[in-house]
Design a binder for this molecule. Structure first.
Ligand code: NOJ
Length: 566
């Protein structure tokens, strides 16, 4: 049986990710909120998308913008109330939009009641909800702590003379999944949200939940030899992982018609099937990091090499497609709240190429096999804000990395420059651009993060009026994917012209029908040799016309098209 014969609703949807903090502020405090989202659901519906994934909206002190949860059954006060949530969900369902929530259960907040209890004494009943290392055993073996200036994943807590584990900031203590009580608490909480009617979960760093809790010393040599030098793979390899996911499936997921997607941090092509093979009864989909990790210069924090290789890019997406050739299901994305804006990183945000390259990337995302996760604002062609000074940044990760460079006496100016095109997460988190007015129509107050000046041209009002806008192109691509589901969703994918450094070319086919997708990733355009292929009807083309001379297609800079083959 191939994947095409295993049809599921969640394979056919387009997921639209909303970063709630930055979508629409209804009360003028400069922070997006649930009422704001509800007020804009007609816009979301007009895009043609089916599912909304919301980043965490639970009670949180916001050390990491909601990825540090202090109450899983509450709504963050900046975002509103549970009544606002109930209204939002029912308004979504009225419009036939589904809601996927973020599930953050590798860690919670150090302000969660569980942790407050746990840290109070070594004999507290909640002590084993977390991972502790008593200081009388000496210093714990190194584990990395993302978002910490000293890079350590252990924090000393003097009250009980112990260290606790936190893979992210010290405000995000890791939960101890080896403790069955923790697992039961989490399943019960998930059940409560499903009973409210949510339609799925995106599971934050889910492969990290299980770890080797003997915490052996792991040397760089072990890491290189067994884990390709990757801590994320080592951290994600806990022995109990799949039995926990199967237990979660049995006790929670299998009871509802919902979708699940793992943030597959640390998963590889050879391990991903363990999560998404339907016979194993774990999760539906996972997303990988191989694509978005491409092109970073070694030794720097997410500094982008402007000459990143398209050949390598094509290989990554093609190899991942082949993983799901016979079973399981893939995902596809180029942007999210942890990534810079897709057009600034993979396209070209210079005025002359911004329009074409945004549309080209949208063509890619919506013509691949696998469920597309499309990041809000990319449908407008929103770009990196490119801050000139660290004071403009709000993100815990960028600030920690900046301080690392500063403390080491490094090149802080270079760091700021690198973040303009590279990895600074705030590039993708700036407020949504509704109109050309004050704060782009996002808030009447002071926005928590600056609004990009290009709101004057890149905004919903302007783009809704322009039939050729990036926004209207996105809507057309969504419709195309839906009209031609057999080909665009389920159809076989074949990479062509593997070594072409400028053009990504592939076919999709089903039921005897075949289309060719041509994408120029260069400001110099690109050439594609048709060989014996004969072009038929064009389904979409971001830059008319398509020029063919002696069997060679001459693509314009960032041209994209989907065309039938005869
Ligand atoms: C992945 C999330 O996408 C990211 O935003 C967050 O900082 C970490 N996990 C920690 O929860």
């Amino acid at each position: 049986m191939d994947t095409a014969s295993q049809k599921k609703w969640w394979k056919e949807v387009v997921v639209y990710q909303i970063y709630p903090r930055s979508f629409k502020d209804s009360d003028g405090d400069g922070i997006g909120d649930l009422k704001g989202i509800t007020s804009k659901l007609d816009y979301v519906k007009s895009l043609g998308v089916d599912v909304i994934w919301l980043n965490p909206i639970y009670g949180s002190p916001n050390a990491d913008n909601g990825y540090d949860i202090s109450n899983y059954d509450d709504i963050m006060k900046e975002f509103g109330t549970m009544a606002d949530f109930d209204t939002m969900l029912s308004e979504m369902h009225k419009r036939n939009l589904k809601l996927v929530m973020d599930l953050v259960v590798n860690h919670c907040s150090d302000e969660h009641e569980w942790f407050k209890q746990a840290r109070s004494s070594r004999t507290n009943p909640y002590r084993n909800y977390f991972h502790w290392w008593p200081a009388e055993k000496g210093k714990p073996p190194f584990r990395p702590g993302n978002f910490e200036v000293d890079g350590s994943g252990w924090r000393f807590d003097s009250l009980t003379n112990s260290y606790y584990l936190h893979y992210f900031s010290y405000k995000q203590p890791d939960l101890n999944w080896e403790n069955p009580k923790v697992r039961q608490e989490i399943y019960a909480m998930m059940n409560r949200w499903f009973k409210k009617g949510v339609d799925g979960f995106r599971m934050d760093v889910i492969p990290f939940i299980a770890k080797d809790t003997t915490f052996p010393v792991i040397t760089q040599k072990d890491l290189d030899a067994k884990y390709d030098g990757r801590w994320d793979v080592y951290q994600a390899s806990g022995p109990g992982l799949h039995s926990y996911l199967q237990e979660m499936n049995k006790e929670v997921l299998s009871k509802y018609d919902i979708m699940t997607v793992a943030e597959g941090a640390g998963t590889t092509k050879s391990t991903v099937m363990d999560f998404v093979d339907p016979d194993r009864k774990e999760l539906d989909m996972a997303y990988h990091f191989d694509g978005v990790s491409l092109g970073y210069v070694p030794g720097y924090f997410k500094k982008m090499d402007p000459n990143w290789s398209l050949v390598a890019f094509k290989k990554i997406y093609s190899d991942w497609d082949s993983v799901f050739e016979n079973k399981g299901w893939g995902t596809i994305y180029l942007g999210n709240h942890d990534q810079p804006r897709m057009v600034s990183r993979w396209g070209n945000d210079a005025p002359e190429y911004h329009d074409a390259s945004s549309k080209m990337l949208t063509t890619f995302l919506l013509s691949m096999r696998g469920t597309p996760y499309y990041y809000f604002g990319d449908e407008l062609g929103m770009t990196n804000i490119k801050f000139d000074k660290i004071e403009d940044y709000r993100d815990i990760e960028t600030i920690a990395e900046y301080n690392k460079v500063k403390n080491a006496g490094g090149d802080v100016k270079g760091f700021i420059e690198d973040q303009k095109t590279g990895g600074a997460r705030d590039n993708g988190r700036t407020p949504f651009q509704w109109d050309a007015g004050l704060n782009g129509g996002f808030t009447t107050g002071t926005p928590w993060l600056k609004v990009n000046d290009n709101k004057s041209t890149i905004n919903v009002v302007a783009e809704e009026k322009d039939a050729n806008s990036i926004l209207n192109y996105f809507k057309k691509m969504v419709q195309l994917r839906k009209e031609h589901k057999d080909i665009m969703v389920y159809g076989k994918y074949t990479l062509l012209d593997v070594d072409n450094p400028d053009v990504y070319a592939y076919t999709r086919e089903a039921g005897g029908k075949k289309v060719l997708v041509l994408l120029s990733f260069r400001k110099t355009g690109g050439k594609f040799n048709l060989g014996t292929m004969q072009l038929g009807k064009e389904w979409i083309n971001n830059l008319q016309p398509l020029t063919v001379q002696n069997g060679v297609v001459n693509l314009q800079p960032y041209q994209a098209c989907v065309v039938e083959l005869k």
